[in-house]
Design a protein around this ligand. Structure first.
Ligand SMILES: C[S@@+](CC[C@H](N)C(=O)[O-])C[C@H]1O[C@@H](n2cnc3c(N)ncnc32)[C@H](O)[C@@H]1O
Length: 578
């Protein structure tokens, strides 16, 4: 059934491709490489084969559900969605009803099923990490307090968490969702229709950077979670777009900028003075070189007014332990001072008010902004935070050390056995250097694809997996949430290893033996190549200058260093490390 598209600003849309808010590419927008291949596969819910999540087991069923929930009522439709709809399977009316009820209760069951059908690894190339509702609500409360919008634009709408909740909050606003992935777009349509918002909503299957938004005389709110996709997955054509577009604003660009940076720039392009917005992103852009474009946009044409930093402890992004930044802006204004705040839990977000004042001039002058979000501390001349040089990462969780740490008499092939630090005292015992890993226990780390094994090796691995199943190892929480339950996926050897929980300062050990580590230790990985000499000097400095006072002390005197706390340790800058 073809439904006549919504009439926006008095224009009747005869054909979706002639929508006043068109999804045609803007002049000068690049064509060519498709950054986000469209999903076409039939698949079942990962890790729970044959056990549907909320009664939905395949993407075709999810499409059928979206159609049953009224997705067709939200226009304009794209050919890609039409193709998906043609291949839809069926879904029981009781399931449709269950989804409708949950949506009415303010939940996003469609988004949850989508994320269960596609693992975080599969969603990563599109940057599809959906936003927890408390963040969505806090950002919308902030928007409400800015006296509300006439139109809401949600770039990269996913399953429609922002646009639907915005529609509920702002009963007179027009709603425009832009999403590249046709399946996600269908979910947004269904979400909107189930919330009775179809009458003032449009969903455009388009690239946010090149979509043409129709001229609008009212105030637009731009709100959402721009996709985080690293630069090496972005085509040269879009990198060219970034350079050309930034040049028009006389702004510097780095070719290392990720897709979320492109979205900030596209927002400046799509907006006009009086518009406003809030985006939640990873906080990386505050400090790294490629983030300078966002920093310049913030203090320039974007009109940044506040930054709220969400610590990873609050799990701002369910798929990654990342610090998040919520950026609030008022296009065309130059709010001074800017409000800056850090929160450790989502409950503290409130209405995104409060925070310390930081002058625009200080922001403009600073190369890194994270230090400005913290209460000042004295940094000796020439020192930097460890996090500036290195990433600190807790070791991999095996899910069952008793099973995955091999017995001494194991007959498994050496290729699947990795000498690994599995006890903190192994690091204390090593002293400053771990040069010999032969005394360490070995972790069994099988690849996801077991077809590469043949003969005796294959038999031994099959016997191991039979033993694992017999004792339920595959059903453990960690194993059942892995891509392949048998594959521990240890991290690469870290050149410096550190203990992080004891009644004594952490042990920092230079690892020259390529030993792996599990989650009893942190690995310290340089962000850029660092010579052996400098790594050794860095480990030595950390070992001799870190005190218990730098960590977080728990009742009973146990002191713990979370990775982010360790990244805050002050160390000599690379030039001083000799
Ligand atoms: C971080 S997710 C956010 C989803 C949703 N707004 C939320 O917060 O729950 C980003 C979304 O942007 C979409 N996307 C990726 N590249 C895009 C592009 N160039 N234009 C429009 N959408 C894009 C992805 O498919 C994904 O759904």
């Amino acid at each position: 059934m073809y439904m006549k598209p919504v009439n926006f600003q008095g224009s009747t849309v005869a054909d979706p491709t002639e929508s006043p808010i068109s999804c045609r590419s803007a002049a000068g927008a690049p064509a060519g490489r498709v950054e986000h291949p469209l999903p076409t596969r039939s698949r079942r819910v990962r890790g729970r084969v044959g056990v549907p999540l909320m009664g939905v087991a395949t993407e075709q069923e999810l499409v059928a559900l979206a159609l049953a929930l009224g997705a067709r009522a939200v226009q304009p439709w794209s050919p890609a969605e039409q193709t998906l709809a043609t291949a839809a399977s069926t879904v029981a009316p009781a399931i449709v009803e269950q989804f409708r009820e949950q949506i009415s209760a303010g939940q996003d069951p469609l988004g949850e099923v989508f994320c269960a059908l596609r693992s975080s690894v599969e969603r990563r190339p599109k940057g599809a990490t959906y936003t927890p509702l408390p963040i969505v609500q806090a950002m919308l409360t902030w928007a409400e307090n800015q006296s509300g919008p006439d139109r809401v634009v949600d770039p990269g709408a996913g399953s429609g968490r922002f646009i639907v909740n915005a529609g509920r909050r702002f009963p007179h606003a027009q709603l425009v969702a832009i999403e590249l992935d046709p399946l996600a777009a269908l979910l947004t349509r269904a979400h909107l229709a189930s919330s009775a918002l179809q009458g003032r909503a449009q969903v455009l299957v388009a690239d946010y950077r090149s979509v043409i938004l129709c001229p609008f005389s009212g105030r637009s709110l731009f709100i959402g979670n721009p996709p985080y996709v690293r630069h090496h997955l972005l085509g040269q054509n879009w990198k060219g777009w970034l350079t050309r577009t930034a040049a028009r604003h006389s702004l510097p660009v780095s070719q290392l900028a990720g897709l979320h940076v492109h979205f900030f720039l596209a927002t400046v392009e799509h907006s006009q003075p009086g518009d406003f917005g809030a985006f939640v992103t990873a906080s990386e852009w505050l400090d790294v070189n490629y983030g300078s474009l966002v920093r310049k946009l913030f203090t320039g044409p974007l009109g940044g007014s506040a930054l709220h930093i969400v610590e990873p402890t609050a799990a701002p992004f369910p798929d990654a332990t990342t610090t998040a930044a919520i950026t609030c802006f008022r296009i065309g204004e130059h709010p001074d001072p800017v409000r800056v705040r850090r929160v450790a839990s989502l409950g503290e977000l409130g209405a995104l008010d409060g925070g310390r004042n930081v002058s625009r001039e200080r922001l403009d002058a600073a190369g890194r902004w994270t230090p400005l979000t913290r209460n000042a501390r004295k940094v000796p001349e020439g020192y930097v935070e460890l996090g500036e040089l290195c990433r600190v990462r807790r070791g991999q969780v095996t899910g069952d050390n008793d099973f995955w740490i091999a017995d001494e008499e194991t007959d498994l092939p050496p290729a699947v056995l990795y000498a690994t630090v599995t006890r903190a005292h192994e690091l204390y015992r090593a002293g400053r250097f771990l040069t010999d890993s032969s005394k360490l226990r070995q972790v069994i780390d099988l690849p996801e694809n077991l077809d590469i094994f043949e003969g005796d090796d294959k038999k031994r691995i099959e016997a191991l997996l039979r033993r694992a199943r017999a004792v339920g190892v595959h059903k453990g929480y960690v194993a059942s949430h892995r891509k392949a339950w048998w594959s521990v996926a240890l991290y690469e050897p870290a050149p410096i290893l550190a203990t992080y929980m004891a009644r004594r300062p952490p042990g920092f050990v230079r690892n020259t033996s390529d030993a792996r580590h599990i989650n009893i230790a942190h690995g310290i990985y340089p962000r850029e190549r660092m010579s052996d000499r400098k790594l050794t000097a860095l480990a030595e400095h950390l070992a001799t200058h870190t005190s218990l006072a730098d960590g977080r002390t728990y009742a009973g005197g146990l002191t713990k260093f979370e990775p982010k706390e360790m990244e805050r340790l002050l160390v000599p800058s690379p030039e001083m490390l000799t």
